[in-house]
Design a protein around this ligand. Structure first.
Ligand code: C5P
Length: 222
C-alpha cells in the first residue's frame, strides 16, 4: 500500500500531538512532533543564557545541535545532544519562550530542512504550524485543527493536573493566546491553514472522533 504524508497543523494545545500519535500508530507510520524540535533549541538557548531574540547566536548553536526524536513504548522521546529532554521541553519557561525562537527565518529554514529529511519516503504524520504550508506542501492529507482558547486552556489545565504539575487556568489562557498571536503574526511561515487543508473544529469532538475523521481522509488517499 502507498505510504502517504499527513500534515496536522493548528494553534497551541489544539490536541494535534495526541491525535497525530494515534493516527501514526494505527497506520504504522512515523510520528514527527516539529514543535518538540523548536522546544529543544529553546531549552538549549535558555540553558546557555542566549537571548531568544538573537538570531545569529541561535543559528550558531542550532548548527552544532543534534535533535533526535526517538520512538519508544512510552511514546516519543526527545534527545538534545544525546540527553533525554522529553520532560524539560514542556516546562512553562520553554513554552513561554519558544515562539520567540521560532520567529527567526534562518532558524526555521534549518528546522524545515531537517524535518523534510525525516519525511523522505512518506509514511509520516507530522504536526506543527507550517507543515501543510511549508514543510510538506505536497502532503496527501492536510488537516487544520481548531478549538476555542477556553477549551484548549482547559484541556491543558486538566493534563497538567493529571501529571501533578502546578497549573493556573487563567494564566494558561493568556499564555496560549499570546503564543498563538506571535505564531500567527510572524513574518516567516506564520501559523495558517493551507488552502487545501481540511479544517476540523475539535471543540465538541472527542479524541476518538477526531482520529476517525483523519483516518477517513487518509483511507481515501492511500
Ligand atoms: O506544538 P508545540 O506547541 O509544542 O510548539 C511549540 C512552538 O514551536 C509553537 O508555539 C511555535 O512557536 C513553534 N512551532 C513552529 N512551527 C512548527 C512547530 C512549532 O513555529 N512547525
Amino acid at each position: 500500500m502507498k505510504k502517504i504524508s499527513i500534515a496536522i497543523d493548528g494553534p497551541a494545545a489544539a490536541g494535534k500531538s495526541t491525535v497525530a500519535k494515534i493516527v501514526a500508530e494505527k497506520l504504522s507510520y512515523i510520528y514527527i512532533d516539529t514543535g518538540a524540535m523548536y522546544r529543544a533549541l529553546t531549552l538549549k538557548a535558555l540553558n546557555s543564557e542566549i537571548d531568544v531574540n538573537d538570531e545569529q547566536k541561535l543559528i550558531d548553536i542550532l548548527n552544532h545541535t543534534n535533535i533526535e526524536l526517538k520512538h519508544s513504548q512510552n511514546g516519543q522521546l526527545v534527545y538534545l545532544d544525546s540527553e533525554n529532554v522529553t520532560t524539560e521541553i514542556r516546562t512553562s519557561q520553554v513554552s513561554n519562550n519558544v515562539s520567540f525562537v521560532a520567529k527567526h527565518k534562518e532558524v526555521r529554514e534549518e528546522m524545515v530542512r531537517r524535518q523534510q529529511e525525516f519525511a523522505v519516503g512518506g509514511g509520516v504524520v507530522m504536526d506543527g504550524r507550517d507543515i501543510g504550508t511549508h514543510v510538506l506542501p505536497h502532503a496527501e492529507v492536510k488537516v487544520f485543527l481548531l478549538a476555542s482558547v477556553e477549551e484548549r486552556a482547559e484541556r491543558r489545565h486538566l493534563e497538567n493536573l493529571q501529571k501533578g504539575f502546578p497549573s493556573d487556568l487563567e494564566k494558561l489562557k493568556e499564555e496560549i493566546a499570546l503564543r498563538d498571536k506571535i505564531d500567527s503574526e510572524r513574518e516567516t511561515a506564520p501559523l495558517r491553514k493551507a488552502d487545501d487543508a481540511i479544517e476540523i473544529d475539535t471543540t465538541s469532538l472527542s479524541i476518538q472522533e477526531v482520529v476517525e475523521k483523519i483516518m477517513a481522509l487518509a483511507e481515501e488517499r492511500v
